[in-house]
Design a protein around this ligand. Sequence first.
Ligand code: HEM
Length: 387
Amino acid sequence: ALTGAGLGWSAAAVALPVEDSTDRTDRTPGALPGARVVEFHGPHQAGVSTPPPAHLSLLGLDLRRGVGAAGLARLMRLLSDDAARLTRGRPALADTEPELAFTPAALTVTFGFGPRIFDEILGGAVDGAKPLPPFATDALEKQWRQTDLAVQICADDPTTVAHARRMLLKDATGLARPRWIQNGFRDAYGMRPDGTTMRNLMGQVDGTANPAATDPDFAELVWSRRPGLTGGTFLVLRRIRVELETWDQVDRAGREAAVGRRLDNGAPLTGRDEHDVPDFAATDALGLPVIDPASHIARARSANPAQRFLRRGYNYCVPDPSRPTGEDSGLVFVAFAADVERQFVPVQRRLAELDRLNQWITTIGSAVYAVPPGCAEGEFVGQALLG
Ligand code: HEM
Protein backbone atom coordinates (compact mmCIF):
# COMPACT_ATOMS: atom_id res chain seq x y z
CA ALA A 1 0.00 0.00 0.00
CA LEU A 2 1.08 3.56 -0.53
CA THR A 3 2.06 6.11 2.04
CA GLY A 4 1.96 9.72 1.10
CA ALA A 5 3.96 11.69 3.69
CA GLY A 6 0.88 13.70 4.54
CA LEU A 7 0.05 14.40 0.90
CA GLY A 8 -3.17 12.42 1.14
CA TRP A 9 -3.00 9.52 -1.29
CA SER A 10 -6.25 8.05 -2.27
CA ALA A 11 -6.51 5.00 -0.03
CA ALA A 12 -7.95 2.95 -2.86
CA ALA A 13 -4.99 3.56 -5.20
CA VAL A 14 -3.24 0.34 -4.35
CA ALA A 15 -0.86 -1.20 -6.85
CA LEU A 16 -1.62 -4.71 -8.03
CA PRO A 17 1.07 -7.38 -7.86
CA VAL A 18 3.14 -7.71 -11.02
CA GLU A 19 1.64 -10.44 -13.14
CA ASP A 20 0.77 -11.06 -16.71
CA SER A 21 -2.93 -10.40 -16.59
CA THR A 22 -4.43 -8.60 -19.53
CA ASP A 23 -6.80 -6.50 -17.50
CA ARG A 24 -4.62 -5.07 -14.77
CA THR A 25 -7.14 -2.63 -13.41
CA ASP A 26 -7.60 -2.63 -9.66
CA ARG A 27 -11.34 -2.72 -9.02
CA THR A 28 -11.25 -2.40 -5.26
CA PRO A 29 -14.92 -2.40 -4.25
CA GLY A 30 -16.17 1.06 -3.51
CA ALA A 31 -13.23 2.73 -5.19
CA LEU A 32 -14.06 5.76 -7.26
CA PRO A 33 -13.16 5.58 -10.97
CA GLY A 34 -10.40 8.11 -10.30
CA ALA A 35 -8.68 5.68 -7.95
CA ARG A 36 -8.39 2.82 -10.45
CA VAL A 37 -4.81 1.69 -10.97
CA VAL A 38 -3.44 -0.22 -13.95
CA GLU A 39 -0.06 -1.66 -13.00
CA PHE A 40 2.77 -0.20 -15.07
CA HIS A 41 5.25 -3.04 -14.51
CA GLY A 42 4.94 -6.46 -16.09
CA PRO A 43 6.18 -8.58 -18.99
CA HIS A 44 4.17 -6.46 -21.45
CA GLN A 45 3.73 -2.71 -21.36
CA ALA A 46 0.27 -1.65 -20.21
CA GLY A 47 -1.85 0.24 -22.75
CA VAL A 48 -1.92 -2.50 -25.38
CA SER A 49 -4.10 -5.39 -24.19
CA THR A 50 -5.42 -3.48 -21.17
CA PRO A 51 -8.96 -2.09 -21.66
CA PRO A 52 -8.84 1.31 -23.39
CA PRO A 53 -9.72 4.16 -21.00
CA ALA A 54 -11.76 7.14 -22.17
CA HIS A 55 -9.01 9.61 -23.08
CA LEU A 56 -5.90 9.42 -25.22
CA SER A 57 -2.97 11.74 -25.66
CA LEU A 58 -0.44 10.30 -28.06
CA LEU A 59 2.85 12.18 -28.22
CA GLY A 60 5.27 11.98 -31.12
CA LEU A 61 8.76 13.03 -30.00
CA ASP A 62 12.10 13.38 -31.75
CA LEU A 63 15.39 13.00 -29.94
CA ARG A 64 17.43 16.17 -29.91
CA ARG A 65 20.42 16.29 -32.21
CA GLY A 66 23.37 14.31 -30.91
CA VAL A 67 21.34 12.18 -28.46
CA GLY A 68 22.50 8.58 -28.89
CA ALA A 69 21.93 5.27 -27.12
CA ALA A 70 23.22 6.53 -23.76
CA GLY A 71 21.00 9.61 -23.91
CA LEU A 72 17.99 7.56 -24.95
CA ALA A 73 18.63 5.16 -22.03
CA ARG A 74 18.75 8.15 -19.67
CA LEU A 75 15.49 9.45 -21.12
CA MET A 76 13.75 6.09 -20.84
CA ARG A 77 14.90 5.66 -17.23
CA LEU A 78 13.49 9.04 -16.38
CA LEU A 79 10.19 8.58 -18.22
CA SER A 80 9.66 5.01 -16.99
CA ASP A 81 10.14 6.22 -13.42
CA ASP A 82 7.59 9.00 -13.98
CA ALA A 83 5.15 6.56 -15.55
CA ALA A 84 5.56 4.03 -12.72
CA ARG A 85 4.77 6.70 -10.14
CA LEU A 86 1.96 8.48 -11.95
CA THR A 87 0.13 5.29 -12.89
CA ARG A 88 0.00 4.41 -9.18
CA GLY A 89 -1.42 7.77 -8.27
CA ARG A 90 1.88 9.11 -6.95
CA PRO A 91 3.49 12.38 -8.05
CA ALA A 92 6.37 12.28 -10.50
CA LEU A 93 9.78 13.24 -9.12
CA ALA A 94 9.79 17.01 -8.59
CA ASP A 95 6.10 17.09 -9.50
CA THR A 96 4.99 20.71 -9.44
CA GLU A 97 1.30 19.80 -9.08
CA PRO A 98 1.39 16.66 -6.90
CA GLU A 99 -2.36 16.80 -6.16
CA LEU A 100 -3.09 16.18 -9.84
CA ALA A 101 -1.42 12.79 -9.52
CA PHE A 102 -3.82 11.44 -6.90
CA THR A 103 -6.44 10.30 -9.41
CA PRO A 104 -4.65 7.80 -11.68
CA ALA A 105 -8.01 6.94 -13.30
CA ALA A 106 -6.61 3.78 -14.95
CA LEU A 107 -3.67 5.74 -16.38
CA THR A 108 -1.33 3.87 -18.70
CA VAL A 109 1.83 5.16 -20.35
CA THR A 110 3.15 3.14 -23.29
CA PHE A 111 6.43 3.83 -25.06
CA GLY A 112 7.29 3.09 -28.70
CA PHE A 113 10.52 3.41 -30.69
CA GLY A 114 10.41 4.57 -34.32
CA PRO A 115 12.50 3.22 -37.20
CA ARG A 116 15.37 5.72 -36.75
CA ILE A 117 16.07 4.39 -33.23
CA PHE A 118 16.76 0.96 -34.69
CA ASP A 119 18.58 2.06 -37.86
CA GLU A 120 20.76 4.82 -36.46
CA ILE A 121 20.87 4.69 -32.67
CA LEU A 122 21.01 0.90 -32.33
CA GLY A 123 22.99 0.49 -35.56
CA GLY A 124 20.65 -2.04 -37.14
CA ALA A 125 21.42 -4.67 -34.47
CA VAL A 126 17.72 -5.35 -33.79
CA ASP A 127 15.01 -6.03 -36.36
CA GLY A 128 12.72 -3.22 -35.24
CA ALA A 129 10.12 -0.80 -36.58
CA LYS A 130 10.03 -0.25 -40.35
CA PRO A 131 8.15 2.41 -42.31
CA LEU A 132 4.91 1.31 -43.98
CA PRO A 133 4.84 1.14 -47.77
CA PRO A 134 2.86 3.95 -49.42
CA PHE A 135 -0.87 3.30 -50.01
CA ALA A 136 -2.89 4.77 -52.88
CA THR A 137 -5.39 6.45 -50.56
CA ASP A 138 -2.77 8.15 -48.36
CA ALA A 139 -2.76 11.96 -48.33
CA LEU A 140 -0.13 12.33 -45.66
CA GLU A 141 0.45 15.70 -44.07
CA LYS A 142 3.96 16.40 -42.90
CA GLN A 143 2.83 17.61 -39.51
CA TRP A 144 1.73 14.05 -38.58
CA ARG A 145 4.90 12.33 -39.77
CA GLN A 146 6.93 9.52 -38.25
CA THR A 147 8.86 10.46 -35.11
CA ASP A 148 11.64 8.80 -33.12
CA LEU A 149 9.42 8.05 -30.13
CA ALA A 150 5.76 7.63 -29.30
CA VAL A 151 4.34 8.03 -25.82
CA GLN A 152 0.75 6.82 -25.57
CA ILE A 153 -0.98 8.23 -22.50
CA CYS A 154 -4.46 6.87 -21.70
CA ALA A 155 -6.68 7.48 -18.67
CA ASP A 156 -10.33 7.90 -17.78
CA ASP A 157 -9.84 11.50 -16.67
CA PRO A 158 -8.69 14.35 -18.95
CA THR A 159 -6.97 16.20 -16.09
CA THR A 160 -4.96 13.08 -15.28
CA VAL A 161 -3.92 12.79 -18.92
CA ALA A 162 -2.93 16.46 -19.12
CA HIS A 163 -0.89 16.24 -15.95
CA ALA A 164 0.91 13.05 -17.01
CA ARG A 165 1.67 14.61 -20.40
CA ARG A 166 3.06 17.72 -18.78
CA MET A 167 5.30 15.79 -16.38
CA LEU A 168 6.61 13.48 -19.10
CA LEU A 169 7.33 16.30 -21.54
CA LYS A 170 8.94 18.38 -18.85
CA ASP A 171 11.32 15.58 -17.95
CA ALA A 172 11.99 14.75 -21.60
CA THR A 173 12.76 18.27 -22.70
CA GLY A 174 16.57 18.17 -22.48
CA LEU A 175 16.73 15.04 -24.63
CA ALA A 176 13.64 15.06 -26.83
CA ARG A 177 10.92 17.38 -28.01
CA PRO A 178 7.36 16.86 -29.19
CA ARG A 179 6.53 17.12 -32.90
CA TRP A 180 2.84 16.40 -32.60
CA ILE A 181 0.25 15.53 -30.00
CA GLN A 182 -2.83 13.55 -30.99
CA ASN A 183 -5.64 13.60 -28.49
CA GLY A 184 -8.64 11.32 -28.68
CA PHE A 185 -11.62 10.01 -26.76
CA ARG A 186 -14.00 7.10 -26.39
CA ASP A 187 -17.10 6.74 -24.23
CA ALA A 188 -16.58 8.23 -20.77
CA TYR A 189 -15.96 5.62 -18.07
CA GLY A 190 -19.17 4.36 -16.52
CA MET A 191 -21.40 5.55 -19.39
CA ARG A 192 -22.06 1.98 -20.49
CA PRO A 193 -21.27 -1.44 -19.06
CA ASP A 194 -17.55 -2.34 -19.16
CA GLY A 195 -16.62 -3.99 -22.43
CA THR A 196 -19.29 -2.22 -24.52
CA THR A 197 -17.87 -1.59 -28.01
CA MET A 198 -17.22 2.10 -28.63
CA ARG A 199 -18.89 4.20 -31.29
CA ASN A 200 -16.95 6.41 -33.68
CA LEU A 201 -18.08 9.84 -34.82
CA MET A 202 -19.69 8.38 -37.94
CA GLY A 203 -22.08 6.75 -35.48
CA GLN A 204 -20.86 3.22 -36.09
CA VAL A 205 -20.16 0.58 -33.49
CA ASP A 206 -16.41 0.28 -34.01
CA GLY A 207 -14.22 -2.51 -32.64
CA THR A 208 -16.53 -5.52 -32.77
CA ALA A 209 -14.40 -7.95 -34.78
CA ASN A 210 -11.25 -7.45 -32.73
CA PRO A 211 -9.09 -10.22 -31.32
CA ALA A 212 -10.16 -10.75 -27.70
CA ALA A 213 -7.68 -11.38 -24.90
CA THR A 214 -9.38 -14.74 -24.40
CA ASP A 215 -8.78 -15.88 -28.02
CA PRO A 216 -6.26 -18.73 -28.12
CA ASP A 217 -4.21 -16.90 -30.77
CA PHE A 218 -4.27 -13.49 -29.06
CA ALA A 219 -0.68 -13.69 -27.81
CA GLU A 220 0.56 -14.81 -31.19
CA LEU A 221 -1.25 -11.96 -32.95
CA VAL A 222 -0.13 -9.25 -30.56
CA TRP A 223 3.12 -10.10 -28.76
CA SER A 224 6.38 -10.09 -30.66
CA ARG A 225 8.83 -12.97 -30.48
CA ARG A 226 11.63 -11.10 -32.23
CA PRO A 227 15.03 -11.08 -30.55
CA GLY A 228 15.30 -7.95 -28.43
CA LEU A 229 11.55 -7.32 -28.63
CA THR A 230 10.07 -10.53 -27.21
CA GLY A 231 6.98 -9.62 -25.23
CA GLY A 232 6.76 -6.30 -27.03
CA THR A 233 4.59 -5.44 -30.01
CA PHE A 234 4.31 -2.97 -32.88
CA LEU A 235 2.07 0.07 -32.95
CA VAL A 236 0.67 1.30 -36.26
CA LEU A 237 -0.68 4.81 -36.07
CA ARG A 238 -2.90 6.20 -38.82
CA ARG A 239 -4.55 9.57 -38.43
CA ILE A 240 -7.71 9.26 -40.49
CA ARG A 241 -9.86 12.26 -41.22
CA VAL A 242 -13.57 11.67 -41.72
CA GLU A 243 -15.57 13.96 -44.00
CA LEU A 244 -18.65 14.32 -41.82
CA GLU A 245 -20.07 16.98 -44.18
CA THR A 246 -20.56 14.45 -46.96
CA TRP A 247 -21.28 11.53 -44.61
CA ASP A 248 -24.22 13.60 -43.34
CA GLN A 249 -25.76 13.42 -46.82
CA VAL A 250 -25.91 9.62 -46.86
CA ASP A 251 -29.12 7.93 -45.73
CA ARG A 252 -29.20 5.17 -43.14
CA ALA A 253 -29.32 2.33 -45.64
CA GLY A 254 -26.34 3.79 -47.52
CA ARG A 255 -24.39 4.14 -44.31
CA GLU A 256 -25.09 0.58 -43.26
CA ALA A 257 -24.19 -0.71 -46.72
CA ALA A 258 -20.84 1.14 -46.64
CA VAL A 259 -19.71 -0.80 -43.57
CA GLY A 260 -21.79 -3.97 -43.92
CA ARG A 261 -23.18 -3.61 -40.40
CA ARG A 262 -26.26 -2.11 -38.79
CA LEU A 263 -26.04 1.24 -37.09
CA ASP A 264 -28.33 0.41 -34.19
CA ASN A 265 -26.31 -2.41 -32.65
CA GLY A 266 -23.40 -3.09 -35.02
CA ALA A 267 -24.79 -6.48 -36.16
CA PRO A 268 -23.70 -7.63 -39.60
CA LEU A 269 -26.39 -7.00 -42.25
CA THR A 270 -26.87 -10.77 -42.36
CA GLY A 271 -27.31 -11.12 -38.59
CA ARG A 272 -29.21 -9.85 -35.58
CA ASP A 273 -26.71 -9.37 -32.78
CA GLU A 274 -23.43 -7.48 -32.73
CA HIS A 275 -21.25 -10.56 -32.51
CA ASP A 276 -23.07 -12.67 -35.11
CA VAL A 277 -20.67 -13.89 -37.78
CA PRO A 278 -21.22 -12.07 -41.10
CA ASP A 279 -22.40 -14.29 -43.95
CA PHE A 280 -20.72 -12.88 -47.05
CA ALA A 281 -22.38 -15.51 -49.28
CA ALA A 282 -25.95 -14.54 -48.34
CA THR A 283 -28.03 -12.98 -51.13
CA ASP A 284 -31.30 -11.04 -51.12
CA ALA A 285 -34.50 -11.66 -53.15
CA LEU A 286 -32.83 -10.15 -56.24
CA GLY A 287 -29.83 -12.43 -55.85
CA LEU A 288 -27.57 -9.56 -54.78
CA PRO A 289 -25.14 -10.01 -51.88
CA VAL A 290 -26.65 -8.74 -48.59
CA ILE A 291 -23.21 -7.53 -47.52
CA ASP A 292 -21.69 -5.54 -50.38
CA PRO A 293 -18.33 -7.09 -51.36
CA ALA A 294 -16.95 -3.53 -51.45
CA SER A 295 -18.16 -2.76 -47.91
CA HIS A 296 -15.59 -2.02 -45.22
CA ILE A 297 -16.00 -5.32 -43.37
CA ALA A 298 -16.00 -7.42 -46.55
CA ARG A 299 -12.71 -5.81 -47.57
CA ALA A 300 -11.12 -5.63 -44.11
CA ARG A 301 -11.87 -9.21 -43.04
CA SER A 302 -9.04 -11.59 -43.85
CA ALA A 303 -9.64 -15.17 -44.90
CA ASN A 304 -6.35 -15.86 -43.15
CA PRO A 305 -6.89 -15.56 -39.37
CA ALA A 306 -3.15 -14.83 -38.91
CA GLN A 307 -3.74 -11.48 -40.67
CA ARG A 308 -5.76 -10.12 -37.74
CA PHE A 309 -4.50 -7.40 -35.39
CA LEU A 310 -5.72 -5.46 -32.37
CA ARG A 311 -7.45 -2.14 -33.13
CA ARG A 312 -7.38 0.27 -30.19
CA GLY A 313 -8.20 3.61 -31.76
CA TYR A 314 -9.78 6.78 -30.43
CA ASN A 315 -12.06 9.40 -31.93
CA TYR A 316 -10.57 12.79 -32.50
CA CYS A 317 -12.44 16.04 -32.91
CA VAL A 318 -10.50 19.28 -33.15
CA PRO A 319 -12.37 22.59 -33.45
CA ASP A 320 -11.87 24.02 -36.95
CA PRO A 321 -14.09 26.99 -37.74
CA SER A 322 -12.87 26.94 -41.35
CA ARG A 323 -14.89 23.78 -41.99
CA PRO A 324 -18.70 23.81 -42.30
CA THR A 325 -19.01 21.31 -39.45
CA GLY A 326 -16.80 23.51 -37.28
CA GLU A 327 -14.53 20.58 -36.63
CA ASP A 328 -11.85 18.38 -38.07
CA SER A 329 -12.79 14.90 -36.93
CA GLY A 330 -11.82 11.32 -37.46
CA LEU A 331 -9.97 8.48 -35.88
CA VAL A 332 -6.60 8.27 -34.22
CA PHE A 333 -6.41 4.72 -35.55
CA VAL A 334 -4.04 2.68 -33.40
CA ALA A 335 -3.39 -0.97 -34.16
CA PHE A 336 -1.09 -3.42 -32.40
CA ALA A 337 0.42 -6.41 -34.18
CA ALA A 338 3.30 -8.81 -33.61
CA ASP A 339 4.27 -8.41 -37.27
CA VAL A 340 3.12 -5.30 -39.15
CA GLU A 341 4.22 -6.47 -42.59
CA ARG A 342 2.38 -9.78 -42.30
CA GLN A 343 -0.73 -8.76 -40.40
CA PHE A 344 -1.51 -5.09 -41.07
CA VAL A 345 -0.05 -4.27 -44.49
CA PRO A 346 -2.13 -6.79 -46.53
CA VAL A 347 -5.35 -5.47 -44.96
CA GLN A 348 -4.47 -1.82 -45.47
CA ARG A 349 -3.45 -2.62 -49.05
CA ARG A 350 -6.84 -4.23 -49.72
CA LEU A 351 -8.71 -1.30 -48.21
CA ALA A 352 -6.67 1.18 -50.27
CA GLU A 353 -7.65 -0.74 -53.40
CA LEU A 354 -11.35 -0.80 -52.62
CA ASP A 355 -13.49 0.10 -49.63
CA ARG A 356 -16.78 1.98 -49.76
CA LEU A 357 -15.69 3.92 -46.69
CA ASN A 358 -12.84 5.49 -48.69
CA GLN A 359 -15.31 8.02 -50.04
CA TRP A 360 -15.42 9.68 -46.61
CA ILE A 361 -12.07 8.90 -45.03
CA THR A 362 -8.54 10.16 -45.74
CA THR A 363 -5.37 9.04 -44.03
CA ILE A 364 -3.43 12.19 -43.21
CA GLY A 365 -0.84 10.81 -40.78
CA SER A 366 1.08 7.58 -40.51
CA ALA A 367 3.81 6.15 -38.30
CA VAL A 368 5.05 2.82 -36.94
CA TYR A 369 6.72 2.11 -33.61
CA ALA A 370 8.16 -0.94 -31.93
CA VAL A 371 6.75 -1.16 -28.43
CA PRO A 372 9.43 -2.80 -26.26
CA PRO A 373 8.35 -5.37 -23.67
CA GLY A 374 7.37 -4.17 -20.23
CA CYS A 375 9.83 -3.76 -17.40
CA ALA A 376 10.03 -4.81 -13.76
CA GLU A 377 10.14 -2.46 -10.79
CA GLY A 378 13.43 -0.56 -10.83
CA GLU A 379 13.98 -1.20 -14.54
CA PHE A 380 13.09 1.00 -17.49
CA VAL A 381 11.29 0.34 -20.77
CA GLY A 382 13.82 -0.45 -23.49
CA GLN A 383 16.53 -1.46 -21.01
CA ALA A 384 17.28 -4.74 -22.78
CA LEU A 385 17.73 -2.86 -26.09
CA LEU A 386 19.76 0.01 -24.69
CA GLY A 387 21.60 -2.06 -22.08
C1 HEM B 1 -14.12 -3.12 -38.92
C2 HEM B 1 -14.85 1.64 -39.06
C3 HEM B 1 -10.36 2.27 -40.74
C4 HEM B 1 -9.55 -2.46 -40.33
C5 HEM B 1 -14.71 -1.89 -38.83
C6 HEM B 1 -16.07 -1.65 -38.44
C7 HEM B 1 -16.26 -0.31 -38.48
C8 HEM B 1 -15.03 0.30 -38.90
C9 HEM B 1 -17.54 0.44 -38.14
C10 HEM B 1 -17.11 -2.71 -38.09
C11 HEM B 1 -17.14 -3.08 -36.65
C12 HEM B 1 -15.87 -3.72 -36.18
O1 HEM B 1 -15.64 -4.91 -36.38
O2 HEM B 1 -15.07 -2.98 -35.61
C13 HEM B 1 -13.68 2.22 -39.53
C14 HEM B 1 -13.51 3.63 -39.75
C15 HEM B 1 -12.25 3.81 -40.22
C16 HEM B 1 -11.64 2.50 -40.30
C17 HEM B 1 -14.56 4.69 -39.48
C18 HEM B 1 -11.53 5.07 -40.59
C19 HEM B 1 -11.90 6.27 -40.22
C20 HEM B 1 -9.75 1.04 -40.79
C21 HEM B 1 -8.39 0.80 -41.19
C22 HEM B 1 -8.16 -0.53 -41.06
C23 HEM B 1 -9.39 -1.12 -40.58
C24 HEM B 1 -7.40 1.86 -41.66
C25 HEM B 1 -6.93 -1.33 -41.34
C26 HEM B 1 -6.02 -1.04 -42.23
C27 HEM B 1 -10.72 -3.03 -39.89
C28 HEM B 1 -10.84 -4.44 -39.61
C29 HEM B 1 -12.16 -4.64 -39.23
C30 HEM B 1 -12.81 -3.34 -39.26
C31 HEM B 1 -9.75 -5.50 -39.73
C32 HEM B 1 -12.81 -5.97 -38.85
C33 HEM B 1 -13.26 -6.68 -40.08
C34 HEM B 1 -13.89 -8.01 -39.73
O3 HEM B 1 -13.14 -8.95 -39.54
O4 HEM B 1 -15.13 -8.06 -39.65
N1 HEM B 1 -14.09 -0.69 -39.11
N2 HEM B 1 -12.54 1.57 -39.89
N3 HEM B 1 -10.32 -0.15 -40.44
N4 HEM B 1 -11.91 -2.40 -39.68
FE1 HEM B 1 -12.24 -0.43 -39.84
